[in-house]
Ligand binder design. Structure first.
Ligand code: GLY
Ligand code: MN
Ligand code: MN
Length: 476
């Protein structure tokens, strides 16, 4: 453990300007290449500073991700426009408000913003909202199309406000489509940020593993994780930590994180911080005593095998459904070998019954980027086939996408016991064997994977494996 609170030995965070202009160009090109307007103005509004309801304190601020993608700007109450034909972008930031300065200090000034963000021009938002020259000059070209996101933009300015005489055509279809498609494929800067979030989260996971023996309640380990992320420069969590002892781990997105650890076998920690709006999403499962029981060890070994084998398939061009099916085939094989599933059945028969979805109910993984469950995966949650209903990516992975590889095996009393009572799995699940595994709760192992041509790279640096997790919990 480091002697200082922050670890001075962690790599420095990536430097350099966020490549917002390149993103704006890519989105415009994607729209033009896919049947959308050949030119126009991409117009986005950032998140506004909101108050908590019935209160005068600020709500937690989280920049709109599509806005950040085209600006790299994480300030509230900003606006953005990109004139695709002229290849010029403008960012409008809040003007100085003396009352705001009293409470919150000086805001960023336009010349400072111009240096910080990869845009061509910075103005203040009062100028935009009164329909000033910066926006008017973009609209004075013939037949300008404003491409906006419908539920995200207050377009009164153009429709009934001071710019209505410019009569721009407003198109709600293409910007969202274009940004969502482009965000799937990461550039070097984005990969560097996801990598850094992974380095900090991995370190925080290691600190949790090393703290287990001193903790009596899930909340203490949750706090250790968040503390090490924040102290090392990652203040935001990508999602609420899942810090689940024993059978709580069978709840996929368990959020309570406040139960005593005594008497429980394992802890599942699914936790990841953000760095500059880019996420990490990592899960480790380990024995609270430092030694897995026989049943826990069997399930841990199976899940790690599933993850390792799926990892070998991940590369540009692979169909994600095939990788997901590989995880299920290995789950079927493993559960059959343990006798939880009837040994007289073939793997194909087991897969046909869809019984493995009762032990691995979620998809094998999802895209990761500025959102934990990143956009562009084209899931089909209405798929009647239980095998694919919760799969968050459908289709082929492109090079430079980032996915999670997160197989799991869970023993979920509800609803499995009900189905068993109803006779649904008669001759398929052996209940006598199954009951030895309820206390295992759930095992998930999750890493963040950079998809490349001909292979992949694991961005998650905390290790996995029986020996590693046992030894780290035991303090070596
Ligand atoms: N942490 C949520 C997930 O793994 O998808
Ligand atoms: Mn995940
Ligand atoms: Mn996760």
């Amino acid at each position: 453990m480091s002697k200082t609170i922050a670890n001075p030995n962690l790599p420095a965070p990536p430097s350099g300007k966020y490549p917002a202009k390149a993103h704006a160009r890519r989105v415009a090109q994607w729209i033009a290449d896919n049947g959308g307007p050949q030119s126009g103005i991409i117009y986005l509004e950032g998140q506004s500073l909101r108050m908590n309801e019935d209160d005068d304190t600020d709500a937690h601020f989280r920049q709109r991700r599509h806005f950040y993608y085209l600006t790299g700007c994480d300030l509230p109450d900003c606006y953005f426009a990109y004139d695709t034909a002229a290849d010029r972008s403008t960012l409008w930031i809040p003007p100085i408000d003396p009352a705001f300065v009293m409470w919150a200090g000086m805001p960023l000034l336009p010349d400072q913003a111009l240096k910080r963000y990869d845009v061509d021009d910075v103005k203040t938002s009062d100028e935009l909202l009164k329909g000033g020259d910066s926006i008017r000059s973009m609209l004075q070209k013939q037949q300008t199309v404003i491409m906006a996101i419908k539920d995200r933009a207050n377009l009164d300015l153009f429709q009934s406000g001071s710019l209505k005489e410019c009569r721009p055509e407003i198109n709600f279809e293409w910007v969202r489509k274009g940004i969502e498609a482009c965000r799937v494929v990461k550039d070097d800067h984005e990969i560097a940020m996801i990598r850094h979030a992974n380095i900090v989260s991995s370190y925080a996971h290691e600190q949790v593993l090393a703290s287990v023996k001193r903790a009596k309640n899930e909340r203490e380990l949750n706090a250790v994780f968040v503390m090490h992320c924040h102290a090392n420069g990652c203040k935001e969590q990508a999602y609420g930590c899942i810090c689940a002892g024993g059978s709580n781990a069978s709840t996929l997105h368990y959020v309570h994180n406040d139960m005593p650890l005594e008497g429980r076998l394992n802890l599942l920690l699914d936790a990841g911080c953000e760095y500059n709006c880019y996420c990490s999403d990592i899960t480790r499962t380990f024995p609270l005593t430092g030694t897995f029981t026989k049943e826990s060890k069997e399930i841990y070994t199976l899940v790690l095998h599933m993850q390792t084998e799926c990892m070998k398939m991940i590369q540009a061009g692979v169909k994600w459904e095939d990788v997901h099916m590989k995880a299920h085939a290995l789950a079927a094989e493993g559960l059959l070998a343990l006798g939880i599933l009837n040994r007289n059945l073939s793997i194909d028969k087991i897969l046909d019954t869809r019984v493995t979805t009762r032990f691995l109910p979620h998809g094998l993984g999802h895209y990761l980027g500025m959102d934990t469950h990143d956009c562009g995966g084209n899931p089909n949650h209405d798929d009647p086939d239980e095998m694919f209903k919760y799969l968050r990516i459908r289709g082929v992975l492109p090079a430079n996408s980032v996915v999670t590889n997160e197989p799991g095996i869970y023993f979920r009393k509800f609803p499995l016991e009900q189905e068993l009572k109803d006779g649904k799995w008669e001759g398929i699940i052996d209940q006598e064997v199954l009951k030895r595994y309820w206390d295992v709760g759930g095992v998930r192992i999750e890493d963040d994977i950079w998809v490349k041509e001909g292979g992949c790279e694991n961005l998650t640096t905390v290790k996995s494996g029986l020996e590693y997790v046992e030894a780290t919990v035991n303090g070596s």
